[in-house]
Design a protein around this ligand. Sequence first.
Ligand SMILES: Cc1cc2nc3c(=O)[nH]c(=O)nc-3n(C[C@H](O)[C@H](O)[C@H](O)COP(=O)(O)OP(=O)(O)OC[C@H]3O[C@@H](n4cnc5c(N)ncnc54)[C@H](O)[C@@H]3O)c2cc1C
Length: 350
Amino acid sequence: MLDSQFDIAIVGAGMAGLSCAQSLHQAGYKVVVIDKSRGLGGRMATRRLHGTHADHGVCYLKPKSAQFQALLNWLVDRKVIRVWTDTIHELNSHGQIQPSERQAPCYAAANGITAIAKFLSLGLTLRLNHRVERIEARDGWRLHCESGEMVSASAIVIAIPAPQAAMICESVDQAFVEQLKAVEYSPCISTIAVYPSERQAEVEQLGYKAIVCPSDPDLGWIGIDSTKQLNPVQPAIVVQSNARFAVQHLEDSDLEQVGKRLLNRAAEVTEQWLTHPEVAQVHRWRYAFPAEPVTNKYLAANISYPLVCTGDWCGGNRVENAFEAGLATANYVNQQLSDRGLPERFWLQL
Ligand SMILES: Cc1cc2nc3c(=O)[nH]c(=O)nc-3n(C[C@H](O)[C@H](O)[C@H](O)COP(=O)(O)OP(=O)(O)OC[C@H]3O[C@@H](n4cnc5c(N)ncnc54)[C@H](O)[C@@H]3O)c2cc1C
């Protein structure tokens, strides 16, 4: 029989949820992390296909704060991530591919970016494949999952995109729900394409690993994702749309066709052979990037039992923001419960 009574239930196993969960777990709270997906990481997502893999969400990590840099250094020491490149190229408005002027270490994981989430989940109690549908305040909190399962907790952290959090909180507090609904997101469409191993030698001659496309009508990013791997045997490419293209095609019924369009456009600006993958898949990110993040690191509801919503949308639109939001939320929840003192750098305890 699975345990169903916890101090804190955290909805969402992305960077925000996991960093919050580890802090609280290490402070001695009984924590459960619930996620609707089969895997960990949320938008830190890796697709396995055709004997290889590619990151179709987060492309790389570029730290700004000393704290995030410290986490990345620690993950480097444990061989979870490494510096992938110092140079992201840029497709300019004349169709030329040039190294971007701003050079800085960009970190990625050779085995896929979800490796970070797997590491940060060590020791945590997880309920994957569980979509939380609604919450109810009754002698603490009750979280009702789509599966019919129920989890009880003294406090809830909802670490998912704000519009999705609004759906879960619908019955709790209307003013709070309105704040969540006001956070808007830009969508993104990603195509993951794998090519025959005969193309590997050509990829090594390309002279770039990734291209941002700020002025292209359709494209946002072209990543030669297999260059993140230690010994790649076949090229894996990820092409991401810009927000405008994604808004236009988000509801298209023929997603494969949408993916082909992105790939063809990427081929036009790079290599023609990109139009002929061995296998390709398309992913729709409805909530890719918060358009206008809120400035607070979390939103707390004014209810007798702690209910806090957080995520990258609290402070920015990057993994680093999700991480900082997760830590700040852990601090808040700890103060609301018993103020046990949180580890300053939870990852050192993993
Ligand atoms: C295509 C793309 C490219 C990106 N590239 C970069 C990049 O290069 N660098 C960078 O720093 N950032 C990048 N980002 C942004 C980055 O992904 C996010 O800022 C960060 O991962 C957000 O983390 P989070 O924990 O807030 O949310 P998420 O990662 O979205 O985690 C939320 C989790 O909640 C779960 N969930 C949602 N609803 C429910 C429910 N009802 N019940 C249970 N579980 C639920 C989801 O399954 C998910 O696992 C990119 C995003 C996208 C989409």
